[in-house]
Ligand binder design. Structure first.
Ligand code: ATP
Length: 301
């Protein structure tokens, strides 16, 4: 990315950034989020800012802008060589992959980036995106320490807006130790009649810096084994039953042409409540989500 064309924008962008910053400082004590890229080169791993030094909440992300570059300080990207047939195996290899990437992370302090960009000074401003300003800085080739301008690696550091959510998800993920063991089943959607038996959910997530906190996949599988047959659970659910009834009712082959309402099945002219709802339709968590009529357009005006 050429820097010359950015020169004209620098002053005005900086003014915009500064005045925004001023407003934010007055209104909130929220931390500064930063994102980092190499200029004309790349770091193949994602990195995180340690905000403990500055006491502010900071986020750092390195992004490749030139994947063809081979002069890299970070380890090469590990290729995925695991060929798994089962889902748990592929999940396992995915986790392994994540751990390998995590082990290559560089951890920056806010101060590192502050010094690298010479205190985010106006002269270091490269430009402004929708979510914040981008500054030029210099860090050592194989580490995180700031170095003199013109030496080491040139990087672009983005300070994310205080009230923006860019990078928020990654930051939360990084901070999570083990979380969300919730499991869910894929229900039928639209035209699809197939009910997936695949269990969706996060088996567990360990912070990259603490891989020991991650449970072994075999432990996860053992935990899941005693669960009741999820396929049966799904097909006897209120959601599935109602969906089926609605589909039969809206089918052109439906004999009596009576469409079902949520929670009621129409068979042979008799109305009966779906057996999967012991306490009526309000017992279902899907009650408010599922439309009473088929979402499928009828094709008629
Ligand atoms: N690596 C870089 N080298 C040189 N200039 C850069 C670099 N990265 C960003 N810039 C400058 O900073 C400006 C903003 O970049 P940024 O990545 O924030 O843009 P964006 O993706 O449009 O923003 P956002 O994601 O906030 O909407 C760019 O238009 C460019 O002028």
């Amino acid at each position: 990315m050429g820097l010359g064309s950015e020169e004209g924008k620098v002053k005005s962008s900086w003014d915009v950034c500064k005045s925004k910053e001023r407003k934010k400082k007055e209104g909130t004590k929220a931390g500064c989020w930063v994102k980092l890229r190499l200029v004309g080169s790349c770091i193949s791993s994602r990195s995180k800012v340690d905000s403990s030094v500055s006491g502010t909440s900071s986020h750092f992300e390195s992004k490749s802008i030139n994947d063809a570059s081979t002069d890299q300080p970070a380890a090469p990207v590990v290729s995925s060589s695991t060929t798994s047939n089962t889902e748990s195996n592929s999940s396992l290899s995915k986790l392994e992959e994540e751990l390998k990437v995590a082990s290559r992370l560089r951890k920056f302090t806010f101060n590192d980036l502050k010094l690298a960009t010479r205190n985010f000074r106006p002269e270091s401003l490269l430009g402004e995106g929708g979510f914040g300003c981008v500054f030029k800085g210099w860090i050592e080739e194989n580490g995180t320490a700031p170095v003199k301008p013109g030496t080491g690696l040139t990087v672009a550091v983005k300070t994310l807006n205080h009230d923006g959510l860019q990078g928020h998800k990654e930051w939360l993920d990084y901070n999570a130790k083990l979380s969300d063991f919730g499991l869910a089943k894929d229900g039928p959607e639209g035209d699809k009649t197939h009910v997936s038996t695949r269990v969706m959910g996060t088996y567990g997530y360990a912070a990259p810096e603490d891989p020991k906190a991650r449970p072994l996949m075999s432990e996860v599988v053992d935990t899941l084994k005693p669960l009741p047959n999820l396929k049966d659970m799904a097909s006897s659910s209120y959601y599935f039953q109602t969906m089926q009834a609605d589909r039969v009712g809206s089918s052109p082959n439906a004999k009596n042409g009576v469409r079902s309402q949520a929670g009621l099945l129409s068979r042979n002219g008799h109305q009966q409540r779906s057996f999967s709802i012991p306490h009526g339709p309000h017992a279902s968590p899907f009650h408010h989500q599922y439309p009473h009529q088929s979402p499928k357009p009828s094709g008629k005006p």
